[in-house]
Design a protein around this ligand. Structure first.
Ligand code: ATP
Length: 491
């Protein structure tokens, strides 16, 4: 705004001076000269305006000790970095320098943190850029940015008096996707070619040695040229943390928070199967926010418990469904819970009909040990739990509703997994090459069997579903223990 005002006033002043008969030529010449100088300085200033080129030291330094649940990745990474640190031995033996390390794995697992910690470990400057920052409509712009990035890295290391520069390229599949596949392929290809040229240009004798660290969760999309020896030589898998890993991450992110004595982080770690480090960081943060909203000085276990719902499903909504709709949601959730409890006693932690994010209600299962292998029986029981809500609506209210869309998707995915794992009556088959009709019939068989089983089961326990639904409508939430008491009374 002030710029526009300044320009306006400046122009007005020039017009006034011109009208008053002042000779403006020297003044205009000086203005043009300083404008030109300003432009040159600006364009040669920070090489990459949008990119994160602050040296690691200027930001809060991240070390491997700040990263939880990634012991295997850290071990592998350190091994590769030690190779870099032992530069003299590597050179004497004539080994070519390590130029690139590629992190692969799901989002939010700590890939950026690992890259920052790696920079601190080898005492290098750190530059980060994302693949999308190189994508432009105009051919050559992306390639020029790659050139500037490498030149910028070397310059920054020289200025900081460091031997190493670490360039972190997030979402590298955007810039390093297979060549010739995108519509504006010329631009993409030039950018990737430039990256390959820059990486090939890294020499052991360079004054500043550049290490490129790429990160992607779509390694299948990368151009094979990037993965060939001499480029991203090392691949480090960065997986979702297991239970112990989740506990470590929770401990890291609650270090600076006042925890009450009742907080059981082990239990939270057990309840959060499938959470990434980023989810867990958000969970710890949400728990603290809930404590603040309540006006208490310490974070209690209940805050963490609720924060899990928040991170999984989203914020509680103000929107209130009608009483009739609430009853339907309550029947639906009671159906899920009943089936879960009958298939696996003690498996329900709580159920609620408080609308949150996209969900109108939610049944939470009790924490169990991380499981990576499933039997057919387990899978079928899970399908039954998924369909339990829909069938409870049908049996008790006489009709189904659209609320079960997501359940159906999950149930079908599970049925597909049964076929894929060779556990269906089709035996060992390749799902992709099955005729559509045969696949459809096999899926329907699995789902129909569970539907039939559920109809008689829910019919038998209709009283329990009704009682649980009535309590839910009144209290919005009921615990797994309360559900089990009602079930026992009905037995
Ligand atoms: P993306 O693939 O989406 O870029 P990423 O794998 O690079 O994600 P980070 O950016 O490193 O993930 O992590 C995001 C945030 O999540 C971190 O700032 C940190 O707070 C938290 N986090 C993720 N993983 C871990 C971990 N292993 N230990 C501690 N904190 C973690």
């Amino acid at each position: 705004m002030s710029r526009e005002v300044g320009l306006g006033l400046g122009t007005a002043l020039l017009v006034f001076l011109a009208l008053s008969g002042v000779d403006l030529a020297p003044l205009l010449f000086l203005a043009a000269l300083s404008g030109g100088l300003y432009y040159i300085v600006r364009s040669r200033g920070p090489l990459l305006k949008n990119m994160d080129i602050a040296p690691a030291a200027a930001k809060q330094k991240i070390t491997f000790a700040d990263i939880g649940g990634q012991a295997a990745a850290i071990r592998e990474l350190k091994e590769a970095l030690d190779f870099i640190k032992e530069y003299n031995r590597v050179r004497d033996l004539g080994i070519r320098p390590l130029k690139g390390i590629l992190f692969t794995g799901p989002p939010g697992t700590g890939k950026t943190m690992l890259a920052r910690a790696a920079a601190a470990y080898i005492d290098s400057v750190f530059l980060a850029a994302s693949g999308s920052e190189f994508v432009e409509m105009y051919a050559g712009v992306g390639a020029q940015r790659v050139r500037k990035l490498f030149a910028g890295a070397r310059e920054m290391a020289r200025r900081a008096g460091k031997q190493y520069a670490l360039i972190f390229l997030d979402e590298i599949e955007i810039l390093g996707g297979r060549r010739g596949q995108t519509t504006s392929h010329l631009e993409y290809d030039q950018t990737l070619n430039q990256l390959l040229v820059e990486m090939d240009g890294i020499k052991a004798a360079d004054k500043v040695r550049v290490l490129v660290v790429g990160a992607t969760n779509r390694v299948d999309m990368l151009d094979p040229a990037l993965l060939r020896p001499g480029r991203f030589d090392r691949q480090v898998r960065v997986e979702l943390p297991d239970r112990q890993g989740r506990l470590e991450i929770l401990r890291l992110h609650t270090r600076n928070k006042p925890l009450a004595g009742d907080v059981n982080l082990e239990q939270i770690a057990r309840e959060t199967f499938g959470f990434s480090g980023a989810h867990l960081e958000s969970l710890a943060n949400e728990a603290a926010i809930l404590a603040m909203r309540e006006g208490v000085a310490q974070i209690h276990h209940r805050h963490f418990h609720e924060a899990v719902d928040k991170v999984m499903l989203g914020e509680v909504l103000d929107r209130r469904p009608s009483r009739q709709e609430m009853y339907r949601v309550a029947v639906h959730e009671a159906g899920h819970a009943l089936v879960s409890e009958l298939c696996q006693p003690g498996s329900v932690s709580s159920l609620t009909i408080t609308p949150r994010g996209m969900a109108l209600g939610y049944m939470r299962q009790a924490p169990r040990d991380d499981t990576y292998l499933y039997t057919r029986e387990y899978m079928e029981n899970q399908i039954a739990v998924m369909l339990g809500g829909l069938i409870a609506e049908e049996v008790l209210l006489g009709s189904r509703s659209t609320g079960a869309g997501n359940d159906l998707k999950q149930a079908t995915a599970l049925a597909r997994q049964i076929i894929q794992s060779g556990m269906s009556e089709l035996g060992v088959v390749e799902v992709e090459s099955l005729p559509v009709e045969i696949l459809h019939n096999a899926l329907s068989n699995i789902l129909n069997r569970q539907e039939q089983r559920l109809r008689s089961l829910i019919d038998q326990y209709a009283g329990v579903v009704q009682s649980v639904a009535a309590i839910l409508v009144e209290q919005e939430r009921i615990s797994g223990d309360c559900l089990r008491r009602i079930l026992q009374q009905a037995a």
